[in-house]
Each structure stands twice: as structure tokens, then as C-alpha cells.
Design a protein around this ligand. Structure first.
Ligand code: SAM
Ligand code: SF4
Length: 370
């Protein structure tokens, strides 16, 4: 499919074929066409030699937290009519699976706020045979919820947790949820065997950067992996500052002073985290996701679909491709697959955060899906 300019001669085509920008967006609907030889491969490839195997599907941009590094209290959410429906998520996931995607992570915003989370997870699991994973803030994970996640086919869970101190947890999340609830969700996920259960933590200078060892001890207590993610300039309040950012090396040094670590060879070369075991043989692990101090773009295998149906080839993309005109304008599954192949081909080589030209993308992490 070639991207068409909207001219009088093609006005008889459906809007998605005319490639007109969608209301409220400056992006054209269609990505430029990838070479036919790429389409012939029937896979999601990019022009830098990478293959896409992981799909991040953001179910909603809404959240019940307002984490200080992610979401401004005044954040505005998309109109629900703009968000993909359950059937649209399903169509996109099936198309991606036909093109070689093997893992789908349900994310958000907070995916557990989506009223059809279970139905979506179950249909993706059944119809794509991909591994379906969930990332959540853990505030809505009572035992019965976690059992239902498992019954719906969710194979593993990552919890995001940024402080192990109740008062800080409240301050950082700006929510009415409690640390106790999130830790209970963690225990339910472990007992339901939604493994490997992981905890993601973002450390901020002067806020929670003194908790590296406490998080390592959480990993040791539960035999899980705690992964420290470097804070990225993707927050809706544009509050990211270099002096509030904590490099992974500093966190690792703090942990190693108490618990010596041994590097673990990555099972998957596209893995974003550098994982370490504890030298004393404790089964827990710590991992470091260091997009700023050690970018891993060269091994990236991810493609993101936002809750409002935009394909984002990179977290830091400034161009995104809108699936809704195609999905809502009669595009068939073959057209959908062509669209995804074209969009994947536009994936940029790297995020360029450390270059002088870098500009924070307008869309925040919570509206992309982490
Ligand atoms: N609400 C769910 C949660 O918190 O797990 C899923 C969405 S959240 C956007 C996914 C992950 O992105 C979380 O682990 C969160 O800590 C991380 N995250 C959000 N904003 C970030 C930022 N600016 N830099 C680094 N990580 C961020
Ligand atoms: Fe919500 Fe997750 Fe962002 Fe926190 S990190 S505000 S829980 S989307």
C-alpha cells in the first residue's frame, strides 16, 4: 500500500486509504510503504535489521494513581469514544501475531481499570497463542482479581512499586491506595504462579533513591526480580530534570555495598534489563533498565499500540500512525497487516535522548503504555 496524498482524484476512497490526518492529530493515517520485499517476508521488520516480537498494548490512558514521575495531577484523558474497542484490540493483536509477535503486554495507564480486561486477555490468549502479560500498579489486585487474571490466560505479572514506606508510597503515587494492597497483590501473583513476577521501581533523587537496598531485600525475601528503571523524560508534567535522575550504576553500587551481585547472561537478547543474581545464592534478582545511561535500542523488539489506536514504533517516536481510520473505515485484515509492516519499518534507530536535538515527545508514557 502506498501512502496517498488526499487529492480530488482519490476522494472516493475510504478515509484511511486517502491518508488524511485524523481530527486532532497532525499525523497522517498511513505510514509510508515499506519495500515489497519486506512485505513478502510476512514479519514485522524494521529498516535497522531488527525484528518485532513484543507488542505493548495500552488498554487505557486512565489511571487511579498520579505518580510524580509519570502523570501530572491535571492530566487530561482521551475521550472514551477515541479508544479502541475490545474487538479492535483483538483484530490488531491477531494481525500482529500473524506477523510473528510472540508476547503481548497489556499496559496503560492502568490496565486493570479497563472494564473488559479479562475478556480482552482471554481472547488474545485464545486467538493469538501469544504469551499475555500484565503490568499494573497493583492497587486492584485482590486475591480474586489475580485468580481471574490467571483464569483469563495472563501468564505473568509485573508490578510497579516505587517505595516500601507507606508515607512515601502515598506521596509518590498521589493516590488513596495503600502499600499494603500492592504488597498483597504481589503475594497473590506469586502464589498464583504468574511468574516470573517482577517489580519495577523508578528511583528519583531526593525522593526514594535511598531505597535501593530495601528493594533488593524485597527481591531476596520473595525470590523475585526487582528492576530499577531509569526515569525517562516522558512524564506528562515535563518535570524530568537531570539532577532528579538516578543512574543505574549508582543504584547498583548501593546494592553491591550490602549484597554482592553476579551478572546473569540474558536469556533473551532483546531483554531490556541487565539482570544480576545475588552472590550468596539467594534466588532473588535485581535488574537495571538503563535507557539513558546504557541505551538498548539496538536489540529493541517492541512495537506499541496506544489505547487510541496509534502505532508507536518507539517510546520516543514523534510520529505515530493512526489505525482507527483503517479499523473503522472497512480496512480488512490483510490491509491491517500491511499497515503494521509499514509502521514497523519506520522504527527509528534509537531514542537519541542524549543528543542535543532530543525533544520530549508530546505524548507521555501513561498515554503510550510502558
Ligand atoms: N500503570 C501501570 C504501572 O504503573 O505499572 C502500567 C503503565 S506504567 C506507564 C508502566 C511502567 O512505566 C511502570 O513501571 C512505570 O513505573 C514506568 N514509567 C512511567 N513513567 C515513566 C518514566 N517517565 N520513566 C521511566 N519509567 C516510567
Ligand atoms: Fe499510573 Fe502507572 Fe503512570 Fe503511576 S506509572 S501514574 S500507576 S500509569
Amino acid at each position: 500500500m502506498t501512502a496517498l496524498a488526499p487529492t480530488a482524484s482519490n476522494l472516493s476512497l475510504p478515509q484511511w486509504r486517502r491518508n488524511e490526518p485524523v481530527a486532532g492529530s497532525s499525523s497522517p493515517a498511513l505510514p509510508p510503504a515499506a519495500p515489497e520485499s519486506v512485505h513478502d517476508r510476512g514479519a514485522l521488520l524494521d529498516s535497522h535489521g531488527r525484528t518485532i516480537r513484543d507488542l505493548r498494548l495500552s488498554l487505557t490512558d486512565r489511571c487511579n494513581f498520579r505518580c510524580v514521575y509519570c502523570m501530572d495531577p491535571e492530566v487530561r484523558f482521551a475521550d472514551p469514544a477515541e479508544l479502541l474497542t475490545r474487538d479492535e484490540f483483538r483484530r490488531v493483536a491477531i494481525a500482529a501475531a500473524r506477523l510473528g509477535v510472540r508476547k503481548i503486554r497489556l499496559t496503560g495507564g492502568e490496565p486493570t481499570l479497563h472494564p473488559e480486561l479479562l475478556a480482552i486477555a482471554a481472547s488474545l490468549r485464545r486467538e493469538t497463542e501469544c504469551e499475555v502479560a500484565l503490568i499494573t500498579n497493583g492497587s486492584r489486585g485482590r486475591r480474586e482479581d489475580v485468580e481471574a487474571w490467571k483464569a483469563a490466560g495472563i501468564a505473568r505479572v509485573t508490578l510497579s512499586l516505587d517505595s516500601l514506606r507507606p508515607d512515601r508510597f502515598a506521596r509518590l503515587t498521589r493516590s488513596t491506595a495503600s502499600l499494603r494492597e500492592v504488597l498483597a497483590c504481589l503475594e497473590h501473583a506469586i502464589s498464583e504462579n504468574l511468574t516470573p513476577v517482577k517489580v519495577n521501581a523508578v528511583l528519583l533523587r531526593g525522593e526514594n533513591d535511598d531505597e535501593a537496598v530495601a528493594f533488593a531485600e524485597l527481591a531476596r525475601r520473595y525470590g523475585i526480580e526487582v528492576r530499577f528503571i531509569e526515569w525517562m523524560p516522558l512524564d506528562s508534567g515535563h518535570a524530568w530534570r537531570p539532577d532528579r535522575w538516578v543512574p543505574a550504576s549508582e543504584t547498583r553500587t548501593a546494592i553491591e555495598a550490602v549484597h554482592p551481585l553476579v551478572a546473569v547472561r540474558p536469556a533473551d537478547p532483546a531483554q531490556t534489563a541487565r539482570s544480576f543474581a545475588f552472590a550468596d545464592g539467594n534466588p532473588g534478582r535485581v535488574g537495571f533498565i538503563a535507557p539513558i545511561s546504557s541505551p538498548f535500542c539496538g536489540a529493541c523488539s517492541r512495537l506499541r499500540i496506544t489505547a487510541d489506536g496509534k502505532v508507536r514504533p518507539c517510546l520516543f517516536s514523534t510520529t505515530e500512525w493512526d489505525l482507527r481510520p483503517l479499523l473503522r473505515g472497512g480496512g480488512d485484515d490483510a490491509a491491517l497487516r500491511r499497515f503494521l509492516v509499514d509502521a514497523a519499518w519506520t522504527k527509528q534507530a534509537g531514542h537519541g535522548i542524549t543528543t542535543p536535538e532530543f525533544r520530549q515527545p508530546p505524548r507521555p508514557m501513561s498515554a503510550i503504555g510502558g
